[in-house]
Write a protein that binds this ligand. Structure first.
Ligand code: PGA
Length: 250
């Protein structure tokens, strides 16, 4: 279960409070790894509080280890401060100009550093003719270009349909809409790497996950193995019910 805190919360005190609250609940579920991804400035503080169940992830990251890049943080630095995962290619970063080519370079370096990349893909809108399917396939292929077959099983793919993300979302995606895309993702990976068996990569769903019914059903179907949660990961009160629902259905 991944919590994407985005550019929240206001202060280190609040970050610590949210982290501690979620850790209390998350530590109970031995079958779930909870990955909280705060802004870079809070990683050092929160690292001291991690345990085997609750670990840290970064949001994005530069491929060069160090250099004259004012305002940026490298994947190497994230790894060194204790992050184990990194969210790459989030739609909010893509909207600011991040290309799939750059995402693939980040994925490559993340894997080399020993970070687990959580690669986000998703269409901005659905259309009756099914063009969105090709968008997802192309985005996934481009975002993973150059990743060697030996490393591909380590990549986590997060399906995040843009139309279902954030406070402006019109509706959440349905179980069958999400299931269809998870099949497309696995088939695309199998095609890319000429695999005979269905790839067992961890697939997450993200997009206004707050209610427990959808996550519980998706996990029990085996369609996804977890969730990338935005707003609902900023409070123990909204995140703990999701953990509980997912844990029961595994
Ligand atoms: P949301 O964000 O859960 O607040 O919709 C999800 C995401 O953007 O990863």
């Amino acid at each position: 279960m991944v919590g994407n805190w985005k550019m929240n919360p206001h202060s280190p005190e609040q970050a610590l409070e949210i982290f501690t609250g979620i850790k209390k609940s998350a530590s109970k579920y031995k079958n779930i790894t909870t990955v909280l991804c705060p802004p870079a400035v809070f990683l050092g503080l929160l690292y001291k509080k991690t345990n085997t169940q609750v670990v840290l992830g970064a949001q994005g990251g530069e491929v060069e280890d160090t250099g004259a890049h004012t305002g940026l943080v490298s994947l190497e630095q994230y790894k060194k401060i204790g992050a184990e995962y990194v969210i790459l290619g989030h739609s909010e970063e893509r909207a600011r100009g991040l290309s799939s080519k750059s995402v693939s370079e980040q994925v490559f370096v993340a894997l080399k550093k020993g970070l687990v990349p959580i690669v986000c893909v998703g269409e901005d809108a659905r259309d009756a003719k099914g063009q969105y399917v090709f968008k997802i396939i192309n985005q996934l292929k481009e975002s993973l270009a150059g990743i060697p077959k030996a490393k591909i099983s380590k990549v986590v793919v997060a399906y995040e349909p843009l139309w279902a993300i954030g406070s402006g979302a019109k509706r959440s995606a349905t179980v069958s809409e999400i299931e269809e895309v998870t099949i497309i993702i696995r088939r695309t990976l199998a095609d890319m790497y000429s695999m005979k068996r269905v790839p067992q990569n961890t697939i997450l769903y993200g997009g206004s996950v707050s209610d427990t019914a959808l996550p519980a059903e998706l996990v029990s179907l085996g369609a996804v193995q977890g969730f990338l949660v935005g707003r609902a990961s900023l409070s123990e009160h909204t995140f703990a019910p999701l953990l509980s629902a997912v844990s029961k259905k595994q």
